[in-house]
Design a protein around this ligand. Structure first.
Ligand code: GMT
Length: 383
């Protein structure tokens, strides 16, 4: 039995790149370490936001070779072997994998290898983040592996009720899935609003709309740009895009719409807090979103958001209170509200305060990490 205050040894497997699932896994590991748990990250690179000098944090690199014999390099096998090694050495209490494939699949293989070596293996918890279900889960070449990996995990969590519903629908699974929402711990602002604006060539009285994402198709960036072209009569409205992925593909659309002067594109920005702080509102046009970390981050710094009523967004955004929600693709309504807000800074302030309140009180690290720890302990006691 695991007692209430037991310090756990937790393995975390995640993608290290700039992306929602990596951000959540890194934030979770960091909070767990702060609470005194020993946290072992296993990935091909240190997660970009991870402070490897933090007490109780350990990083184990998965090294993989591309042999001439193999046409495609494989990550699943070296990851499985690395998990076996880390567990043999540190005797983990729990292995928490973020993203079903190949992480949960590799964890299951590691379990079988360890058992064959007579080494006890921890319970595996898989957290579903969205695209592993809504995009990959629908792909027939992967679906059986995803379903198997999820159903063979000891525990499964999803980052929203919407994702839980999608998982049951797409995979037709009866597996028990616990919803634990994402969280965000705001960082300290280190550059003033005016400094950031000045560096970007934005005027003090411009109305700045911020958008943070990896710019993938599912984010519907052309909709975002179309909205900007609909408000381009108001030269004070500027769109600041912080791109964590390929954004060059949109340059031609920006040019075609004649909004070059209204759109500022920045790539791979790490101190997002300074940029969000310098903006007035956030805008997100995704077609699907299991949660929407960028929206929560924007709200955390007291900025209201205009977003689509997609997936899990409605679980923390309230239309009329923290910003406004619209049908996917309804660029006219987005543009109308954007113009209205640009003329009503008191309303922007009021909505922003509500947004910050909900983000900081309902979706803080403290609150959500406690739920994960409870869940870990519940799963371990099931042994
Ligand atoms: O949205 C992306 O393209 C990245 C993706 C990921 O796997 O990191 O994000 C997913 O996980 C995030 C963290 O849980 C969620 O906030 C995003 O909503 C989710 N993306 C989608 O569902 C499209």
């Amino acid at each position: 039995m695991v007692t209430k205050n037991k310090i756990l040894k937790i393995g975390i497997v995640c993608y290290p790149s700039v992306g929602g699932s990596g951000i959540v896994a890194t934030g979770l590991g960091s909070e767990l370490a702060r609470l005194g748990h020993k946290v072992h990250f296993i990935s091909y690179d240190p997660p970009f936001a991870l402070d490897t000098d933090q007490k109780n944090i350990f990083f184990h690199k998965v090294v993989f070779n591309s042999y001439e014999l193999f046409k495609y390099p494989d990550y699943t096998l070296p990851l499985a072997v690395k998990i076996v090694d880390v567990n043999t050495k540190y005797k983990l209490d729990i292995l928490h994998v973020h993203y079903a494939v190949p992480h949960a699949t590799a964890a299951l293989l590691a379990k079988d290898i360890s058992i064959s070596q007579k080494t006890p293996f921890p319970n595996i918890i898989t957290t579903l983040h969205g695209t592993d279900i809504t995009l990959l889960g629908r792909d027939k070449t992967l679906m059986p592996a995803i379903k198997f990996s999820i159903e063979s995990s000891c525990g499964v969590t999803a980052v929203s009720q919407s994702l839980k519903n999608d998982t049951i629908k797409v995979l037709k699974t009866k597996k028990d899935i616990t919803v634990i929402h994402n969280f965000y711990n705001p960082k300290k602002i280190t550059k003033t609003k005016n400094t950031v604006r000045k560096n970007l060539g934005i005027k003090e009285d411009d109305f700045v709309v911020i958008h943070l994402s990896n710019m993938r198709k599912v984010k519907r960036i052309p909709d975002l740009l179309e909205i900007m072209s609909k408000v381009k009569g108001n030269k004070k409205i500027k769109l600041l895009m912080l791109a964590g992925g390929d954004s060059d593909q949109y340059l031609s659309i920006i040019k075609k719409l004649g909004i070059e002067k209204q759109v500022i594109l920045k790539k791979n920005i790490l101190d997002i807090e300074n940029y969000i702080n310098a903006a007035d509102i956030g805008m997100y046009t995704s077609g699907e979103e299991s949660f929407g970390m960028g929206i929560l981050e924007t709200m955390s710094y007291g900025k209201p958001v205009l977003a689509t009523r997609a997936g899990g967004i409605v679980e923390f955004m309230q239309s009329g209170k923290t910003g406004y929600l619209f049908k996917v693709g309804d660029t006219n309504s987005f543009a109308k509200m954007l113009l209205e807000l640009s003329e009503d800074l008191n309303l922007v302030k009021k909505l922003g305060a509500n947004a910050q309140n909900i983000a900081r009180n309902g979706f803080s690290g403290e609150k959500i990490v406690e739920k994960y720890v409870e869940y870990y302990k519940k799963i371990i006691n099931y042994k």
